[in-house]
Write a protein that binds this ligand. Structure first.
Ligand SMILES: [Zn+2]
Length: 156
């Protein structure tokens, strides 16, 4: 099936299976974009899809991807980022969304592992925790490099 048709079909299926998500998705125009590095992306006006990637997914996964995309919009993630780092914010919002999808019975990629301590947390809470962990890890590696420096000195 052509990607455009598949997207439309998955969106109708979403409306039938999960009216809340399907209703939101019906407001956004579907547009193909071969340059996309994900199956689906959104600028909150349109849902962009990578036709080649969509053609390789089964319908239930396409449905999950659409729901994922529109949840960024529905939860206002683009307005809630404020001065947070974009990369970490994206990861935090993805985790928050994927938990919602999992709890709503959507099929998620088999390789995707969701940390149970992030369940029922907002993107802001997840962001703070990830940032704290990153800082701790950085300090850890700084300590290690200090140690290395000291060792080098000692053996000079
Ligand atoms: Zn996402």
């Amino acid at each position: 099936m052509k990607a455009g048709k598949k997207m439309e079909k998955a969106r109708v299926q979403l409306l039938l299976d999960n009216p809340f998500f399907g209703h939101l998705a019906s407001y956004l125009e579907l547009k193909d974009d071969e340059s996309l590095d994900n199956p689906i992306g959104t600028d909150h006006k349109k849902i962009y899809f990578n036709p080649k990637m969509i053609e390789n997914l089964d319908e239930s996964k396409v449905k999950s991807c659409i729901a994922h995309g529109i949840l960024h919009t529905a939860l206002g993630h683009q307005w809630r980022r404020e001065s947070r780092s974009e990369e970490t914010w994206n990861s935090a919002t993805d985790i928050a969304i994927n938990w919602i999808l999992k709890e709503s019975g959507f099929e998620l990629p088999p390789k995707l592992r969701l940390r149970s301590d992030f369940k029922n947390k907002s993107a802001e809470e997840i962001y703070s925790e990830i940032t704290l962990e990153e800082k701790k890890n950085q300090k850890g590696s700084e300590k290690n490099s200090d140690k290395k420096k000291r060792q080098k000195k000692r053996f000079r």
